[in-house]
Design a protein around this ligand. Structure first.
Ligand SMILES: Nc1ncnc2c1ncn2[C@@H]1O[C@H](COP(=O)(O)OP(=O)(O)OP(=O)(O)O)[C@@H](O)[C@H]1O
Length: 924
């Protein structure tokens, strides 16, 4: 025999526990019983043993994160600029650039920490839960409250929250979290004890999940004393994986940096050869171009915008696990949703009843005390009833379908005998039925319920009103079929209920052998009303060009009716049955999915979800897929956005999903898509804003360079720094918080392959906004020079002309600031007019602009800053000349957007709404 595996004592003073010792000894060592602990004892142990939590391994220290910000490629470029400035004999400039690098790194560092915390905080919204016996009763507690000695109940889809030894029942578990092995293994009490701990067949470990079955197990280790805790190197930190958006922007930023370097180097040549400037002058000038073009704050600002999106989504009931999911959500083009609980309320109520050959209204059921239907319904379920208040139906906990059946059974009248469960065959979503084997005295009866299509073929007899069985004839089958279809067409979920006396107990492996030769005892039709908010959410999807597919386990007609009730398939609805889909070749499925209209996939299996997701993705769609069961996990992983249900979903599905809905509501998926679109739009808005300054900063330089010495330098490098890293920062951040633009959910989804930065957007930023600004500030520069008596070629190096030149560069600086105010207001919308969104709807931006103005005023009026930035106090007429600038820049853009909207309307009238709207939606 191998060494016993000894787990450290659960509490000080107690002896070590060997989880594989004989069960009674283990229970004694843990000072517990198969009925578990009392609530008071558990509370006491919690204080001593501490919460059942894994201590997180710390990530890299804060300073290493900060250093990383100092050495990323764009920062290295700035370091290069600083060195060049030093070499060129302009130490103040070098110092200024180093200051910029440091400030920039700090800014990025704090933004990223902020973003990380936003994602980490999500785990607090969704604490794992466990069902534990306390005072002999199953209660649901947070997993952190489990203590050694607790007896927990583990069911299908649950994540195991502590290291435990099985007491009763049997389960299949997925150990992949511990050993990477993805095939589920069976665990049951008993078994050899001389195997490695992880292979013991009667132990369950933290982090594994139950894929089938149900069991009770006693906790022998919690928190860091568990196997998972011991392998504590398993870091649980949320890693920041750059989102596709960030990667794209990084590429563009690098490209721009290369262009900036090329421009700087080019200017070095042009400047020295053509204009006869000194090398030092051209060098500092080239540095200016470089600094002007490098989009320093862009990446951290995007990360922050995504993190803010994550937090807002959490408030709306959608917990997103990855930052990048926010942007993917925005491009969702197909939502595959299940029906029960997502489109409907998942509040089942029995409506109709068929038994003994007659149909009844379930509201006034026949009194059938001891009837076989009532007996079967009250035996075949996993609803838990509070033993102290068995009649309090509101306190019953369980699957809504089963709750409805148990309530109906109670209304029909209590069974004559009391029944004890011997074993059960769990509800299997592929077989669509469940059975229990129950004993009453020496009678052993199998009770089965499930989808009629699955159960009726297994029935050979029908129970008559007097309780006797008659053979099921072909005629019976036709009539029953018609009845099921009639009820389903009214939107009812129909379940068939059957029984069979059994000779002897069979093992769980013999399901097919046991579930046969059944007698049908009744049919039940249940209603599950649609959620009131769903029709509006469906309409929003349709406006937004998002297609909806219902993938449900329910009957075709039931699913069709519910889909129609909420407006799915208003423009054509096709219903595909499970068998039909299974037999469908891939090309046919592709053709079906490519065709117009919406589809209900009824009686579908979890595997079907995978097929559908795959086919849609291959067609270039971005697919959001909802699911709640264990078997849904692969499809949830496969979809672009796997959406699990927080309330009714299993732990396994929640883990596989990218997004968890805390309210299980379809409408929340749609809100999340809208939030994703908003965040993506806002990222584009601040890119437009940040890029727009490049033209007015570069053009004056080019004028200077190509004037061959006749025109003095219109803007100093220090002034460029004051704009890029001073005045402009807060408005850019504020644009990331812009509210959703009208029409956000009325345009088609973004093309999966469309870049965040595209031609039209650059044309708007550099050409329109930047171009107008460049003309205006250059005019202002010349106007100031000419008003001061300057003539081309005049020496501005000293004397009165030097003062005039300082004023002129100050006006270029202030002109760019004023134009950027106009740009910020223009960039707030991509298509809509300012009037439709309202001037004051982004308060943060107004504060940002105020900061910008105060900062600029300080730079030109405070003497120490005047020295640093080479500025002069402007005169009154010059300040007055700045006032129209924001209006002119914004006005030009407003006119352009107006013309775009007109074109779009014309396009819509011409019958090409999609194409044109898509183009406009993409243009910056
Ligand atoms: N607890 C149960 N016992 C027996 N049969 C059930 C039970 N729950 C559901 N069924 C049957 O199995 C069918 C499929 O159920 P399943 O839970 O897989 O899908 P669903 O909840 O109807 O659909 P959706 O995938 O839209 O949530 C149901 O239509 C019903 O006939």
């Amino acid at each position: 025999m191998s060494q016993p595996h000894v787990v450290p004592p659960p509490e000080p003073g107690a002896g070590p526990v060997d989880p594989e010792e004989e069960l009674t000894r283990l229970l004694r060592d843990l000072r517990t019983r198969p009925e578990g602990l009392t609530g008071r004892e558990a509370a006491r142990r919690l204080v001593i043993a501490g919460p059942n939590e894994l201590v997180r391994t710390p990530g890299p220290p804060w300073w290493s994160q900060l250093v990383a910000q100092l050495v990323h490629p764009l920062a290295l470029l700035l370091w290069l600029a600083a060195v060049l400035a030093w070499v060129a004999g302009t130490p103040p400039l070098a110092v200024a650039i180093v200051a910029v690098i440091l400030l920039n790194a700090l800014f990025a560092f704090f933004q990223e920490r902020h973003a990380e915390r936003a994602v980490e905080a999500l785990s607090e919204y969704l604490p794992p839960h466990a069902t534990v016996l306390r005072d002999g009763r199953p209660v649901r507690v947070e997993a952190r409250e489990l203590v050694p000695g607790d007896v927990i109940v583990v069911g299908e889809g649950d994540r195991v929250s502590a290291d435990t030894r099985l007491l009763s029942g049997s389960v299949e578990v997925d150990l992949s979290a511990l050993n990477g092995e993805s095939l589920p293994v069976r665990r049951a009490p008993g078994g050899a004890s001389d195997v490695p701990l992880l292979e013991a067949t009667d132990l369950l470990f933290t982090g594994t999940s139950c894929t089938a079955g149900e069991c009770r197990a006693v906790v022998f280790a919690t928190g860091m004393r568990t196997e998972l805790g011991r392998i504590a190197a398993l870091s649980q930190r949320v890693e920041h994986v750059p989102s596709p958006l960030e990667v794209q922007v990084l590429h563009v930023a690098r490209l721009i940096a290369v262009v900036a370097v090329a421009m700087g180097a080019g200017f070095l040549v042009v400047g020295t050869l053509l204009t006869g400037l000194s090398l030092a002058d051209t060098l500092s000038f080239a540095i200016g171009l470089l600094v002007a073009n490098v989009p320093e704050g862009l990446l951290p600002t995007i990360t922050l915008a995504l993190a803010v999106g994550v937090r807002l989504l959490a408030r709306e009931g959608a917990l997103v696990k990855r930052l990048s999911a926010v942007e993917t959500l925005g491009s969702t083009s197909v939502i595959c949703t299940d029906k029960t609980g997502t489109l409907t309320l998942n509040r089942m109520r029995g409506m109709r009843l068929w038994t003994g050959g007659s149909e009844y209204d379930a509201g006034s059921p026949p009194a059938l005390p001891g009837g076989r239907l009532a007996t079967a319904m009250s035996c075949c379920h996993n609803v838990s009833v509070d033993p102290d208040h068995p009649d309090d139906q509101d306190a019953w906990v369980g699957d809504p379908t089963e709750l409805a059946l148990v309530r109906l059974a109670t209304a029909l009248g209590p069974p004559e005998q009391s029944w004890q469960r011997v074993t059960q065959f769990h509800f299997d979503p592929t077989l669509r039925r469940m059975s229990t084997l129950d004993r009453s005295g020496d009678r052993l009866v199998l009770h089965t319920k499930g989808a009629p299509e699955e159960l009726l073929p297994l029935c050979t007899r029908v129970a008559a009103a007097d309780g006797t069985d008659a053979p099921m004839t072909g005629r019976d089958r036709t009539d029953l079929d018609a009845l099921v279809r009639r009820w389903a067409a009214d939107g009812l979920r129909v379940l068939a209920v059957a029984d069979r006396p059994v000779g002897s107990v069979t093992g769980p492996g013999e399901r097919a052998e046991t579930e046969r030769d059944l007698a049908l005892v009744g049919l039940v039709g249940m209603v599950d009303p649609p959620r009131p908010e769903v029709p509006a959410a469906v309409a929003r999807c349709h406006d937004a060009g998002i297609r909806l597919l219902v993938v449900t386990g329910d009957h075709e007609l039931t699913a069709r009716r519910v889909a129609e009730q909420v407006g799915i398939g208003a423009g054509g609805l096709r219903v595909v049955g499970g068998h039909q889909l299974d037999a469908m070749p891939e090309q046919e499925l592709d053709a079906l999915l490519e065709a117009e209209g919406e589809i209900v996939f009824a009686r579908s299996s979890p595997e079907a979800k995978m097929r559908i997701a795959d086919a849609l993705q291959e067609q270039g769609h971005v697919v959001a897929m909802t699911g709640d069961g264990v078997n849904d996990a692969p499809a949830l992983r496969r979809a672009d956005i796997g959406v699990a249900m927080g309330l009714s979903g299993t732990d396994v599905a929640r883990e596989a999903a990218t997004m968890v809905l805390t309210d299980d509501n379809f409408a929340t998926v749609v809100s999340a898509v809208s939030e994703g679109r908003r965040v993506y739009d806002n990222v584009r808005k601040f890119i437009v804003y940040i890029f727009a300054h490049a033209t007015p900063e570069v053009v004056p330089f080019l004028v200077y360079a190509f004037a061959g010495g006749a025109v003095p330098l219109p803007l100093t490098v220090m002034q460029i720094l004051a704009i890029d890293l001073g005045t402009e920062t807060l408005p850019a951040l504020a644009l990331g918080r812009e509210p959703a633009e009208p029409g956000l959910m009325e345009r088609p989804p973004r093309d999966r392959s469309a870049g965040v930065i595209d031609g039209p957007m650059l044309a708007r930023a550099w050409g329109l906004l930047g171009g107008v600004s460049a003309v205006l500030v250059t005019a202002l520069f010349f106007a100031t020079l000419l008003a001061g008596g300057w003539s081309p070629g005049a020496d501005v190096g000293s004397g009165a002309m030097h003062e005039v030149w300082r004023q002129a560069t100050t006006m270029t600086f202030l002109g760019i600031v004023a134009c950027q105010v106009g740009t910020a207001i223009a960039a707030r919308t991509t298509r809509a007019s300012l009037a439709t969104i309202g001037f004051a709807t982004n308060r943060l931006l107004l504060w940002g602009i105020l900061f910008e103005l105060v900062f600029a005023a300080a730079v030109v009026t405070l003497p120490p800053l005047q020295v640093v930035f080479g500025t002069a106090r402007p005169e009154a007429w010059q300040v007055a000349a700045l006032l129209p600038l924001p209006v002119l820049v914004w006005g030009a853009d407003e006119l352009w957007r107006g013309s775009q909207r007109r074109r779009e309307r014309v396009g819509a009238v011409a019958g090409r709404p999609g194409a044109d709207r898509a183009a406009v939606g993409r243009s910056g």
